[in-house]
Every structure is written in structure tokens, then in C-alpha cells.
Design a protein around this ligand. Sequence first.
Ligand SMILES: Nc1nc2c(ncn2[C@@H]2O[C@H](COP(=O)(O)OP(=O)(O)OP(=O)(O)O)[C@@H](O)[C@H]2O)c(=O)[nH]1
Length: 218
Amino acid sequence: MAGGEGAGSGVPECREHLFKVLVIGELGVGKTSIIKRYVHQLFSQHYRATIGVDFALKVINWDSKTLVRLQLWDIAGQERFGNMTRVYYKEAVGAFVVFDVTRGSTFEAVSKWKHDLDSKVLLPNGSPIPAVLLANKCDQKKDGSQNPSQMDQFCREGGFVGWFETSAKDNINIDEAARFLVENILANYKTFPNDENDVGKPKLDLDPLKAESKSQCC
Ligand SMILES: Nc1nc2c(ncn2[C@@H]2O[C@H](COP(=O)(O)OP(=O)(O)OP(=O)(O)O)[C@@H](O)[C@H]2O)c(=O)[nH]1
């Protein structure tokens, strides 16, 4: 915990968390675009494949007493075939698994990504880390016929805490999905408080943090 109420200081207690969140899914599904939209409110049609991993930081004033730093790890789609995901996933506390609604093959790969995730990173009690499924590019015509109740069932069976239709292009549901994931992470945090995710002890040491969105807390 960072900050605290000094005796008689009248300064409210301020809690800060640093949460590592993974963004995974097949090539070109829009992981980088979602992060850019969320952190910088930007979108580009231009596609440049991520090599390895990229990082961004989003700072959220969660409530008047809580500041959350989300460290977003943008894992290249091609990494599912590499042997580095175990390293990238280490100490993550939440994940977005993204597919592209215009390409059914990317939905079929979702279970492979989820399995890779669950086999390589777990919560202290041995449960999977909370993962939210993002059906991205919902501004375009869908390839596939999953209706919302089938998606709900897919999430229940696949161990996702929820799903959202998103568009990085039109800024649909990205803030909502992030908020939902953070709620789930915080719920786990209350069950398994972990000093290492408090900002007073930065553990997730990254260089460089290429993208940053800052705001003030408390
Ligand atoms: N129409 C539409 N296009 C999108 C959306 N999100 C991303 N794109 C486009 O899809 C392409 C791939 O987006 P990226 O964000 O680079 O995909 P990625 O998943 O990071 O790809 P890798 O780095 O290869 O893993 C780009 O041309 C984006 O402009 C969206 O919501 N709607």
C-alpha cells in the first residue's frame, strides 16, 4: 500500500495497485489497436505486426481512495507458436483474450490461447487468472453465427469471467471491458492480498514503458 493517514493529518488513505494484464489472441485481431484506443484514444487502419511483446501503462482513478496502474502486455499473435509465453505471462493477474469477429478462425484459436494461459499462470490458490473474451471489430460484418447466449455458454465452459463485443475503431465497449476485468482482479486481490502488487514495492520492472496515460489520485 502506498500512502496512509498520518495521525491527525486529515489526509485520506490512498491505495495504489500495479496490475499486470495480458492481451493475447491471434495475429491481427486488434490487440495493439485496443490498447492504443484505451490508453491514447487513438486508432489507425495501418497494420504493423507486433514483434515479441510491447507494453503500455494505463492509470485509473478507480475511486477516491484507489489508484490502479494497469500494465498492459501486448503479446504478438505469432507468440503462441514460440516458447516465450511462459516468461511473458509470469505474475499476470488478468488477461484479455481477443478474437476478430470477421475471421472465424481467430475464434477457434481462443481456446488454445486460454489453455496456454491457464497452463502457465495461476492465482495463489491455483485458480486461473480472470480472463475476459473480446469479440473485436464488431463495427464490421461477422463471420460466424454465435449468438449472445452461445457466447455466454462458451465463456462459462471455457472459464472466461465474461465477454464483450468491442471495436477499437469505433471505441465500443473497451473502457467497459477494462473496468469489468479490473473489478474481477480487485475481487481476487481482496481474497489474496499480495504486497507485490502494491506500488510501494514495484516488482513488474519494465523498460521501456512506451505508452502511458496519467491521471491524479487522491
Ligand atoms: N474495422 C476494424 N479494424 C480494426 C479494429 N481493431 C483493429 N483493426 C485493424 O486490424 C488490423 C490489425 O490490428 P492490430 O491491432 O495491429 O492487431 P494485433 O492483434 O495487435 O496484431 P499482432 O501484433 O500481429 O498480433 C489493423 O489494420 C487495425 O487497423 C476494429 O475494431 N475495427
